[in-house]
Design a protein around this ligand. Structure first.
Ligand code: ADP
Ligand code: MG
Length: 627
């Protein structure tokens, strides 16, 4: 007579579900980078179990070990090449170990398998950051994992789960007094670096510093207990923000501004954002772009979350944390998730508000902001139509009347002259160059203020800035501007009959570069200018191309001559005497180049040197001849 065993055997071998086997296959054999995130996953699980325990004990004190501290402990053993992570969370019964560590309940792990199926090794490693691959990520670094757990349920017994990451695991009974779970990783030879307390601490600092439960290494707590951004802003000291800024950016300098936002409704959102002190970092790390880390439930899920803010805020650094985001948030779902949209909206409008406040309250501070980051605001004008009104108030310009100070569009508007219905701007290489622009003649004569646009980004900005509060923006070089205010036109020095041959000669010299040569109605102090009757946008884009040094054929413009100017009169006389006078040729070419120089569009100024010498020589000779 034989007796059948009535109890489950001490140690039982089981097979993983098919999808687990797939995940294991990928994790154990395809991924060699970012392996340190195994610790983040284990800590995240421990933290979840501690959270559940905390919640359970709100109503139930009949648990195993009710007094034990809710905490996570890490220890490394170099000799044995092991890492152990222990928590005093809910623990797992034998059945729970089988259910939770033998199958994948989680849809993201399935998605992970789907996505990595045909992906190359490189992209598979990138995906780790985007999917919560969870517990099984231990097999990236371990060739054997032992889990010993004791559930909080008083009657439950401790159990041991063990696997070498192939298609099987074993489950059995174990000895363990304390509530909770210990996971021991027997590290692969090429993962020995992780059997090191210092290395573990480094990973915790990087990925899990703000987990809400203490993480101990020995008897030292190595994480921050409460995330700074989850605290009430009024309780946080200025110095603490600076520390966080330094931790995030490795920047020794202070940030220009911090914005702390902590709300539960309508979306759970806790965030500290920084405007760095400078646009460019120090010599070692020259990066212009900031980064925003995205946490969900205190776990870092994206180190560089690009979609949390509009692109023109890419200089901003900081942290965003929301309980409403799923841990397995992937790039695609980030963009489309309605929670994400709401977060983005909230953060963006808060930043607009803070910047407008700064502009209102502290002109000096705002000026330094504008000098470092104004270019991004200009980009925002061109790209974020929805926020246009908020951004318009931030714009600052030098003008022909600002004496180097910065003006708002509103200030400009308050100073327009009688009858003025447009805002005028001049595009130039620099404020100094703008001051010499011949286009300004009629504006100076009438006392009309002109914006000096001297930044490469200005051309792009104009695409989103066609008008301001009913005033159209107009380039001073437009061919047929109707300016308000009357001024007496200067007396011409040459007649129509003298002008015509000069115009014909200049047209011949400049060829394709000019459309026509005509007499100017507006020039006063300058001899000549180039005006355009083309569509404004086309010209702005072309200007950007040219400033970037790209070959972009300059569209021909109209050369306008000032008939009251001595130089123009003298050239007309020379043409009368000798239609092919080389001085006329050189002067025509130089006048054209002058226009390009002022606008910052001259591709090769040094090429002018022989011509300037030729003109100097002619001028010097005239003196000698007269002597
Ligand atoms: P997820 O955390 O997304 O559910 P994981 O693969 O990370 O997926 O973990 C699977 C499950 O295993 C968890 O949901 C949990 O039920 C259980 N588990 C893992 N680690 C622990 C732990 N330290 N304590 C209690 N339960 C755990
Ligand atoms: Mg997990």
């Amino acid at each position: 007579m034989t007796t059948e065993p009535t109890e489950a055997p001490q140690v039982e071998a089981k097979t993983f579900k098919a999808e687990v086997q797939q995940v294991l296959q990928i994790l154990a054999h395809s991924l060699y980078t970012d392996r340190e995130i195994f610790l983040r996953e284990l800590i995240s699980n421990a933290s979840d179990a501690l959270n559940r325990m905390q919640f359970e004990m709100l109503t139930n004190r009949d648990v195993h070990d009710p007094e034990v501290e809710l905490a996570i402990r890490l220890s490394a053993d170099k000799e044995a090449r092991t890492v152990t992570i222990t928590d005093t969370g809910t623990g797992m019964t034998r059945e729970e170990l089988i259910d939770h560590l033998g199958t994948i309940a989680q849809s993201s792990a399935r998605a992970f398998v789907e996505k990595t199926k045909d992906a190359s090794k490189a992209t598979a490693s990138e995906m780790i950051g985007q999917f919560g691959v969870g517990f099984y990520s231990v097999f990236m670094v371990a060739d054997k994992v032992t889990v010993v757990s004791r559930s909080y349920r008083p009657e439950a017994e401790a159990a041991i789960w063990e696997s070498t990451g192939d298609d099987r695991y074993t489950i059995g009974s174990a000895e363990r007094e304390e509530r909770g779970t210990s996971i021991t990783l027997h590290l692969k030879e090429d993962a020995a670096e992780f059997a090191n307390d210092w290395r573990l601490e480094q990973i915790v600092k990087r990925h899990s510093d703000f987990v809400a439960f203490p993480i101990y290494s020995g008897d030292r707590q190595i994480n921050q207990r409460k995330a700074l951004w989850r605290r009430a802003p009024r309780e946080v000291e200025a110095e603490e923000y600076q520390n966080l800024y330094r931790q995030l950016t490795f920047e020794p300098d202070e940030p220009m501004l911090h914005v702390h936002l902590s709300t539960d409704v309508p979306v759970d959102l806790h965030s500290v954002l920084f405007i760095p002190g400078k646009r460019e970092r120090g010599l070692i790390e020259r990066r212009v772009e900031g980064k925003v880390r995205l946490y969900s439930r205190k776990v870092l899920i994206l180190e560089e979350a690009k979609d949390l803010l509009p692109a023109y805020f890419r200089f901003i650094e900081g942290v965003v944390d929301s309980e409403d985001l799923p841990l397995n948030v992937s790039r695609e779902s980030v963009q489309s998730s309605p929670v994400m949209q709401r977060i983005r909206k909230t953060l963006t409008s808060r930043l607009h508000r803070e910047l407008n406040d700064l502009a209102d309250k502290d002109a000096t501070a705002f000026k330094s902001f504008w000098q470092e980051f104004g270019v991004f605001i200009k980009e925002g004008i061109a790209t974020d139509y929805e926020s246009r009104n908020e951004l318009l108030k931030l714009l600052r310009f030098e003008t022909t009347r600002s004496d180097g100070e910065l003006m708002t569009l509103n200030q400009y508007k308050s100073r327009i002259i009688d009858g003025q219905q447009e805002i005028y701007y001049v595009l130039a290489a620099s404020p100094e160059a703008a001051a010499t622009s011949p286009h300004l003649d009629p504006f100076k004569a009438r006392g009309i203020e002109v914006l000096l646009l001297t930044d490469l980004m200005d051309g792009f900005m104009l695409s989103g800035l066609r008008e301001y509060e009913g005033l159209k923006l107009r380039n001073v070089d437009e061919a047929d501007l109707e300016l308000p205010g009357e001024v007496v036109a200067p007396e011409p020095q040459i007649s129509e009959a003298q002008f015509t041959p000069l115009a014909e000669r200049l047209t011949a010299i400049l060829g394709e570069k000019v459309k026509t040569v005509r007499a100017s109605k507006v020039l006063r102090d300058s001899p000549a200018r180039l005006v355009s009757d083309d569509d404004m946008m086309g010209r702005e884009m072309q200007r950007i191309q040219q400033m970037l040094g790209r070959e972009a054929d300059a569209a021909p413009r109209i050369l306008e001559l000032n008939l009251s100017h001595n130089l123009v009169a003298a050239l007309a006389q020379r043409v009368e005497v000798d239609a092919n006078d080389p001085i006329v040729t050189a002067a025509a070419e130089q006048l054209y180049d002058n226009a390009l120089l002022i606008e910052g569009l001259h591709q090769n100024p040094a090429a002018m040197v022989p011509r300037i010498l030729q003109l100097l020589e002619a001028a010097a000779r005239t003196q000698r001849d007269q002597a």
